[in-house]
Design a protein around this ligand. Structure first.
Ligand code: NOJ
Length: 531
């Protein structure tokens, strides 16, 4: 078994994690200084979202230099210190690779604009003539994931493709120069000691030959994503096989995991399990995010269907996540802290690996960011109808009674995004003191999860509940997890379970499991994580 098959990986969004220099923006030394929090939580790895130079049109996913470090976040030496400290604490480090697009400020794009139509420089991207009598219409009907057309026109009349914001031109992956350049990017970060990569928009790098129209309803039905001419193309797979060879063979510097232990996880918004499974064949990526689980409603039969579907492909490496910097925080999405806590115990009992997102362990709700402070390009691209993802990206509350809650020494109105006024009870410091806090629940769950490993992280759990039941009961080795998604209390003695409760997402459980509550039971647990 590989370490990552049942790892808990903690996602850090660096500008909102911890600020070390008082400018109001979280930074790399801030992350390094607080890595102990992640270790204390019990995670095995850290995934840090882009810290590369970026004009920040899309929170750092518009990269102007894939091997550089953003000035407001630190220096290359700060990355080295972060890596070294993570390794010292026994944490693996995963960095983001963003190969689908660059920033429009990237030298390649600037050179392409300057060189003009027909030039080799333009071949780095997807430039095309427009349709219509004078080329005034976009080359095809593709829509940007952020709203509006996926094409913008340049001063000389050509259009360029961008599946996200206009400031994120898509690269031409059929150009060997693009492929070679990214091989160097991978080598660069491996040489600096990272243990793996999270690959952004891993389903979109190649577009269908001829760039055909996509037809109506493009981003509205995720189950059809893989049918879009800009997603899920065959050529992705030989590319990922080549990357896998590189990861498996490129020498590792001291401190990093050996090549065979590296991990590459696809952010692949392909929802058809058979199609998604193709990204994680044994010689491709190690893992793919399981967005179907994150998107499932609070409904027992539906969650069970998604969980079973996630194991549908034998030998696959299964992942779980309830939150990320792109998703509405679970407390808000499920409608209550109780449900979010119960969902966490469900996720952490499942075989496979779990991804946590900073602040999830504090039970943070989605914050209301005032319109004047919204940064997410979704806001403007949607004609100010969608507020976007900033509510999940406000700085973490560490301590104290008022904003900025120990995040920075800057005044509260100068933080990366403004923090709510009522987060004092949610700070790390406050929750450490409270045995019933969400932080203490996560710590206890991660400790128990480690003490009770799933016998085979790639095999489904054994269900102890019926498929249509309004509750879920499952076995993870010698640990049993029961979640009550019904509106009535569930008498546990009707389930014929053995073992005693060792962890509850709500009040300590005896014989009745309240609604929206999860409990873990074990046969005698010496470790005593009981709450
Ligand atoms: C997925 C990232 O998680 C998201 O934040 C970003 O906007 C898009 N990819 C585009 O890079």
């Amino acid at each position: 078994m590989n370490w990552w098959q049942d790892m808990v990986c903690y996602e850090v969004y660096p500008r909102a994690f911890a600020d070390s220099d008082g400018d109001g923006v979280g930074d790399l030394p801030g992350v390094t200084a607080r890595l102990a929090h992640i270790r204390e939580l019990g995670a095995d790895a850290v995934w840090i979202t882009p810290f590369y130079p970026s004009p920040l049109a899309d929170g750092g996913y518009d990269i102007a230099d894939h091997t550089g470090v953003a000035e407001d976040l630190g220096t290359p030496e700060d990355v080295d210190r972060l890596t070294a400290r993570a390794h010292e604490l026994g944490l693996k480090l995963i960095v983001d690779l963003v190969p689908n697009h660059t920033s429009d400020r990237h030298p390649w794009f600037q050179e392409a604009l300057a060189a003009g139509p027909g030039s080799a420089e333009r071949e780095m991207y997807l430039f095309r003539d427009g349709r219509g009598a004078s080329g005034e219409l976009p080359p095809n009907d593709w829509e940007s994931a952020f709203g509006g057309p996926a094409w913008s026109r340049t001063g000389d009349g050509e259009w360029y493709c961008h599946l996200h914001a206009p400031e994120q031109p898509d690269l031409n992956w059929r150009n060997p120069k693009v492929q070679d350049a990214f091989t160097e990017v991978l080598r660069h970060w491996l040489d600096r000691g990272v243990d793996g990569f999270r690959v952004d928009v891993a389903h979109a790098l190649f577009k269908a030959e001829g760039l055909p129209d996509a037809g109506p309803g493009q981003h509205r039905d995720p189950l059809r994503n893989h049918l879009m001419p800009y997603y899920d193309q065959e050529e992705l797979h030989p590319l990922y096989r080549r990357w896998r060879v590189l990861l498996d063979t490129h020498p590792a510097p001291p401190g990093a995991v050996p090549p065979e232990d590296r991990v590459m996880v696809a952010e692949s918004a392909v929802f058809d399990p058979e199609r998604l499974a193709r990204y994680i064949r044994p010689d491709e990526m190690h893992q793919a995010f399981n967005f179907a689980f994150l998107e499932a409603p609070w409904d027992a039969p539906e969650l069970r269907r998604v969980i079973d579907g996630s194991f549908a492909v034998p030998g696959s490496a299964v992942t779980w996540l309830l939150s990320s910097h792109d998703a509405v925080r679970p407390v808000t999405r499920y409608g209550s802290p109780a449900r979010a806590r119960a969902a966490a115990l469900l996720m952490l009992a499942l075989p496979g690996s779990a991804y946590l997102y900073q602040g999830e362990e504090l039970g943070l709700p989605q914050a209301q960011v005032p319109e004047s402070r919204i940064l997410d390009p979704l806001w403007e691209r949607s004609g100010r109808t969608e507020r976007g993802r900033d509510g999940a990206r406000v700085p973490l509350p560490w301590s104290g009674e008022a904003a900025p809650y120990g995040f920075t020494t800057a005044p509260p109105d100068e933080t990366w995004l403004p923090q709510p006024d009522d987060w004092a009870p949610l700070t790390v410091a406050a929750q450490e003191q409270d045995p019933d806090s969400t932080l203490r629940l996560y710590r206890a769950a991660l400790r128990l999860r480690r003490a009770h490993p799933a016998p085979d992280p790639a095999a489904p759990p054994s269900w102890l509940s019926a498929p249509g039941a309004p509750h879920l009961a499952l076995r993870r080795g010698d640990l049993t997890c029961v979640v009550n998604l019904d509106s009535r209390p569930l008498p546990l003695d009707t389930l014929g379970l053995t073992g005693r409760p060792v962890l509850s997402s709500g009040e300590p459980v005896t014989d009745l499991l309240p609604p929206d509550t999860a409990v873990w039971l074990t046969e005698g647990d010496p470790d005593g994580a009981h709450r």
